[in-house]
Design a protein around this ligand. Structure first.
Ligand SMILES: *[C@@H]1O[C@H](CO)[C@@H](O)[C@H](O)[C@H]1NC(C)=O
Ligand SMILES: *[C@@H]1O[C@H](CO)[C@@H](O)[C@H](O)[C@H]1NC(C)=O
Ligand SMILES: *[C@@H]1O[C@H](CO)[C@@H](O)[C@H](O)[C@H]1NC(C)=O
Ligand SMILES: *[C@@H]1O[C@H](CO)[C@@H](O)[C@H](O)[C@H]1NC(C)=O
Ligand SMILES: *[C@@H]1O[C@H](CO)[C@@H](O)[C@H](O)[C@H]1NC(C)=O
Length: 451
């Protein structure tokens, strides 16, 4: 029965640390130093205390979501998942849906936490919205998905309502580690389409939701990077990874790691597959560009790649450009895996990243580290992706790669409890906090709620 005890152990450890934020902070002797070095002015965050039905109970039920695979292994290491192998320090089998847990754990070591909500500049709701959504998305409560969030709102209204009422919820934020589409089914939708209605509930319009993908128009959500599998605990491990990425020999011009593209209807993934398959002939005979392959594909259909980073990180390290076509939704985790591997991302629409991750991938420098080829030109006008990429001068490719390398620390979620040296560099979590505090401050100003 070893397989059934380990998840429980994991949950208990998680429960302990999460339920005792103050204990875990006290035992963390780094905290006082960090706090002294950090200017907390206008950066105080209060963690709203929520009953465990809104977070921990959802985790301890990890094996009960019978309509999905067992989620328990992904909870290990506070949501980073299990290590890829025993001696790994930085690599985990991370499931992107665990960001709610990863984020919560990181929040506990945020240096400017306050117990007093009245002095807080923002209020964090440690609600595992994506986990809670599973029963509506895939489970028995499919037909009542407009109720997702009602219970939470009821709690916020009834338990110490002054916390919410101070700014009518405008200072509250939470993480929802799925695309916003999964939470934005209109309330009057008939027939039932897809998703819960959490983000459509007027009760939550004022709350900032951090999602893995935002909708196209400015709603209450903001997109944050998908977690990759790399979570270094110290600066030396981050730096040596970046060195390895910089030295890596790029033997392929382009790489597509993903699923789909096999249907007969015209779409960008299909065009990519056709072009890549067709290019393999020229690579066998060698080609005039010095690449061993012009285009590689890694078949990640049926989610076989997500928990097995070796499958795609090695090929990405060997490619100059990584193709990031939209899949079921415009964004993909592989954008962040590619950046981590120093592989220049190639987008086919602005919704895939440019209009999403402005806190992490600066919009005004976007052309400096990525290529955008409009998908219509490829699918309907016969523009060949590999031609476009081959025409980019080597010197420009080198400059782009340097920019990609600079982005690596910004998209990594470092391991909790990491070394002070690493903490001094802003990672994906830190930039998310900066962006959230800014967004809330601007909102409160606009509403004249700040005195
Ligand atoms: C956990 O699972 C049990 C049994 O399936 C269920 O009764 C309970 O409502 C679930 N709890 C949560 C918070 O989902
Ligand atoms: C990893 O370590 C665990 C416990 O220390 C051990 O049971 C397991 O066999 C090890 N796995 C490998 C692949 O070495
Ligand atoms: C939801 O409602 C539809 C139509 O009434 C029904 O066919 C389906 O079985 C219901 N699903 C669940 C999970 O109850
Ligand atoms: C959201 O904010 C508006 C404007 O500040 C306010 O009128 C409304 O009551 C708030 N909604 C909730 C649910 O608190
Ligand atoms: C396949 O490649 C050849 C030469 O490389 C090219 O002429 C042809 O148009 C390509 N076919 C498709 C379907 O892309």
């Amino acid at each position: 029965m070893a397989s059934s005890t380990s998840p429980i152990t994991i949950s208990i450890i998680t429960l302990f640390l999460l339920l005792n934020p103050t204990t875990s902070q006290k035992t963390e002797n780094l905290k006082s130093t960090t706090q002294r070095q950090t200017n907390c002015e206008k950066r105080w965050i209060h963690i709203r205390k929520l009953p465990s039905i809104f977070n921990l109970d959802l985790l301890s039920n990890c094996s009960e979501y019978t309509f999905l695979d067992d989620l328990c292994p992904f909870l290990a290491n506070h949501g980073l998942g299990q290590k890829t192998h025993n001696r790994s320090h930085s690599w985990y089998r991370t499931d992107s849906a665990m960001l709610e847990l990863i984020f919560h754990r990181r929040m506990l070591e945020y240096p400017c936490l306050t117990e007093d909500p009245k002095t807080a500049n923002a209020v964090y709701l440690p609600y595992y919205a994506g986990f809670d959504a599973l029963r509506y998305l895939y489970g028995p409560e499919y037909n009542s998905s407009e109720e997702h969030g009602v219970q939470l709102f009821h709690y916020l209204q009834n338990d110490d309502p002054s916390i919410w009422n101070r700014f009518s919820g405008h200072d509250h934020f939470l993480v929802m580690s799925r695309p916003a589409w999964d939470f934005s089914q209109p309330l009057d939708s008939d027939p039932h389409l897809w998703g819960t209605s959490f983000l459509e509930l007027p009760q939550f319009f004022n709350v900032t939701a951090l999602t893995l993908e935002a909708r196209a128009w400015p709603w209450q959500e903001h997109a944050v990077p998908f977690p990759t599998s790399f979570h270094p605990p110290n600066l030396a491990l981050l730096d040596s990874w970046i060195q390895r990425v910089r030295r890596s020999k790029r033997v392929s011009l382009a790489l597509f790691a993903g699923g789909g593209g096999y249907s007969s209807t015209p779409n960008i993934r299909r065009s990519i597959r056709i072009e890549c398959d067709n290019s393999s002939g020229s690579s066998k005979n060698g080609n005039s560009f010095g690449y061993e392959n012009l285009c590689d594909t890694i078949d990640c259909s049926n989610g076989v790649c997500e928990h097995d980073p070796i499958r795609f990180m090695k090929p990405m390290l060997g490619a100059n450009f990584c193709l990031q076509p939209p899949g079921d939704t415009p964004t993909r985790r592989s954008t962040f895996d590619a950046i981590l591997a120093g592989c220049i991302p190639v987008f086919f629409e602005d919704l895939s990243a440019k209009l999403q991750y402005s806190w992490h991938l600066p919009e005004n420098e976007f052309e400096g580290f990525s290529v955008t080829i409009p998908k219509e030109d490829v699918v309907f006008k016969g523009l060949r992706i590999l031609d476009v990429l081959q025409r980019i001068p080597r010197a420009r490719v080198r400059r782009m790669r340097e920019k990609v390398l600079e982005l690596i620390p910004r998209v990594v979620y470092r391991k909790h409890n990491s070394s002070p040296g690493l903490r001094a560099k802003k990672d994906a979590f830190d930039l998310t906090i900066d962006g959230t505090l800014d967004k809330i401050r601007t909102r409160l100003h606009h509403l004249d709620l700040l005195v």
